[in-house]
Design a protein around this ligand. Structure first.
Ligand code: XUL
Length: 538
């Protein structure tokens, strides 16, 4: 009899399930929120309110997607053979539940849908997600109470960030104190989805917990000073913390009766999408980093020992192995690429053709691509800045957005202080070789691509497999698992063109000058831009 492992990824735009046996992926399915759950009226899985800084989504939509997904899985494989399930959630988003929740969850009737039975259990109907940047004031207040930038980073692993859960919770408490008072428990997207499967409140893992500005990054416990700086009685409203590799219980009776899951199916703590992707691309050791080109673009790496970015742009999260990971995150990822593509009526084929035929360095045309508020560097009012061209220049804009994304990544990842020997690429846009060529040239590092672009769901499946084998005392180590699953996933490598090394070193300095000029009152970059053009294009 085959045995299976299920990894779920509740991301911004969709819910993905990957099922593996002990050596390979055997089935994958996706529920796209906009298309398959149109009643929630989302665009790219979210609801951007009148103020573009406020971005929410619907916890019940994620639950409904879970039921649709399990239906598909049930029709495709012998679902009773699934031995363990783990999952991944878009990070930072918070779910607010009232005192009816736990009993309603325990009493779920499989003859009805979950959403009908949980409707009255939310003290806040929608969830602010990672794209929300409306908590500038709360970030300042919490940072000040914790003793300033460096202290905040030393305690929580990151500066206070608009999208992080702590500032979001504080905003809810300030704007709706009664709603906050009626909140019995606050979950992350990851622990909320785990809770639904478990039938009782699940813990938050150290990986995702580190993205809240509430967990002490050294002790991996809730930090009382951070909790007090955020909102009153918060300790009573948070689930406990746990290691990402822990078994949190077994699947609840609802799913056994309704979908035929096995009563012995183990549930492993869920984590954030980035910690899961760390495993899903096989980063279990030093010296390699990954870029994930999805709704958000992220740049992350495994970290054995805690190393903080005291300047405050990067984050340190828990890694699912029990160690740490570094991360920087961009909001202007695929949504910005798609905006440019749409603006000029291109398809991806044409977009790629332009990247192939335009010159590295873009004839000195530089873009600061803040189509949406940006996280790194912090830009709250979206605006696109162009140096040496305008929006009518189709080719200039296509090359400029891609160069800008990777120049910014190279610039703002310098704190990690580790020159990667190889970069792993994942996420939807990593399937585009021409985008990866620009990235390889800018980083001057080979980029390894995978067949599976869903590294978060795969990471979750591998985490469930690892814990299951540990549980039955046939422990497989991470090296073995990564070798078995990921070597077969390697599709190709994009080699940097060495001829472009100096050009992109110079362009990086120029890009920094443009950023300094716009964001930090730095000197006019125009003379440097002219020199750059003279050196490479005249
Ligand atoms: C990471 C971040 C995003 C979300 C959504 O800090 O905000 O990557 O996890 O993918």
């Amino acid at each position: 009899m085959s045995i299976y492992f299920l990894g779920l990824d509740c991301s911004t735009q969709s819910l993905t399930g990957i099922i593996t046996d002990s050596i390979s992926i055997i089935y994958k399915c996706i529920i796209n929120f906009d298309k398959e759950l149109p009643q929630y009226n989302t665009t790219n899985g979210v609801n951007i309110l009148d103020d573009v800084k406020v971005v929410h989504s619907f916890p019940l939509m994620w639950v409904e997607a879970l039921e649709l997904l399990l239906n598909k899985i049930q029709n495709h494989i012998s679902i009773e053979n699934i031995k363990a399930i783990s999952g991944s959630g878009q990070q930072h988003g918070t779910v607010y539940l009232n005192d009816k929740f736990e009993s309603a969850l325990k009493a779920l009737n499989p003859k009805e849908t979950i959403i009908n039975q949980l409707k009255g259990c939310f003290s806040r109907q929608t969830s602010p997600i990672w794209m929300d940047s409306s908590t500038f004031r709360q970030c300042e207040e919490i940072r000040k109470t914790l003793g300033g930038l460096k202290e905040t980073i030393k305690i929580t692993g990151s500066n206070t960030f608009e999208r992080f859960s702590g500032p979001q919770i504080r905003k809810f408490y300030q704007e709706n104190p009664e709603g906050y008072r009626q909140t019995s428990i606050i979950h992350l997207v990851s622990s909320f989805m785990a809770t639904i499967l478990l039938g009782e409140n699940a813990p938050i893992d150290h990986g995702d917990g580190a993205g809240m500005n509430l967990m002490n990054i050294k002790t991996k416990q809730w930090d009382i000073s951070a909790l007090n700086a955020t909102a009153p009685n918060l300790i009573q409203k948070l689930p406990p913390l746990t290691d990402s590799y822990n078994i949190i219980g077994k699947i609840s009776p609802y799913f056994i009766k309704k979908y035929g899951l096995n009563p012995n199916t183990l549930l492993i703590a869920w984590s954030g999408d980035n910690p899961n992707s760390l495993i899903g691309v096989g980063l279990i050791d030093k010296g390699k980093v990954a870029i994930s080109l999805g709704t958000s673009d992220t740049y992350f790496g495994y970290m054995k020992n805690l190393h903080l970015d005291l300047n405050g742009e990067g984050h340190v999260f828990g890694a699912p192995t029990g160690d740490y990971m570094s991360l920087i995150c961009y909001k202007n990822g695929s949504l910005a690429r798609e905006k440019v593509k749409k603006e000029y009526n291109l398809d991806w084929g044409k977009f790629s053709e332009i990247l192939r035929k335009t010159s590295p360095g873009n004839n000195g045309k530089i873009m600061l691509p803040y189509f949406f508020p940006e996280i790194v560097p912090l830009v709250l009012e979206p605006k696109v800045y162009r140096f040496g061209f305008d929006e009518n220049d189709i080719e200039g804009n296509v090359r400029a957005i891609i160069e800008a994304q990777f120049l910014s990544m190279r610039l703002h990842s310098e704190w990690i202080n580790e020159q990667p020997q190889e970069i792993y690429a994942t996420g939807g846009a990593s399937a585009n070789k021409d985008i990866l060529q620009v990235a390889a040239d800018i980083f001057q590092t080979p980029i390894r691509q995978f067949n599976t672009t869903d590294s978060a769901a795969l990471g979750a499946a591998l985490r469930s497999l690892k814990t299951y084998y540990d549980f039955i005392k046939k422990g497989k180590n991470w090296d073995e698992i990564v070798d078995t699953f990921l070597k077969t996933q390697f599709s190709s490598e994009t080699i940097p063109n060495i001829k472009n090394r100096e050009l992109y070193n110079d362009m990086l300095n120029l890009y920094k000058k443009c950023e300094d000029y716009i964001l930090r009152n730095g000197e006019d970059p125009e003379p440097s831009r002219k020199q750059f053009i003279e050196k490479y294009f005249l």
